[in-house]
Design a protein. Structure first.
Length: 125
């Protein structure tokens, strides 16, 4: 985060971090725009609005930075996550990939979403 390329937000409740999101420029050379690298909420905070609030803060910051579209990768088997993203406005892009790490096969689907036009007011201004 020190070089400014990785941005993030945290969700705090009762003085404790309960979730976070990380985002920045797309890590894929052939996919333009911004990317949500990670969003995580503690399971006991599912369905409380915390994930939506983190995504709202992240997409607002992307818009303020001039972003026009955002993508993310989600594990194929993560049905709950895919439902969350699709309810939020992301749609499958038709891309998929398989990563292997220490013999573990991870299949991922890519989702995209257009960001609303910026009002011209930059975050923090």
């Amino acid at each position: 985060m020190k070089d400014g390329r990785l941005k993030g937000h945290v969700a705090v409740r009762d003085g404790a971090v309960r979730g976070f999101t990380l985002y920045g420029d797309s890590r894929d050379d052939d996919i333009p725009g911004m990317e949500v690298y990670a969003i995580y909420i503690l399971p006991e905070d599912f369905s409380t609005g915390m994930g939506r609030a983190l995504m709202d803060a992240s997409t607002a910051a992307m818009v303020a930075a001039g972003g026009t579209e955002v993508g993310l990768w989600v594990l194929t088997d993560n049905a709950r996550g895919r439902r969350f993203y699709e309810r939020y406005g992301f749609t499958p892009s038709g891309r998929s990939k398989v990563d292997e790490d220490d013999g573990v096969r991870l299949e991922e689907l890519h989702h995209r979403m257009a960001l609303p036009p910026s009002s011209g007011v930059r975050a923090g201004a």
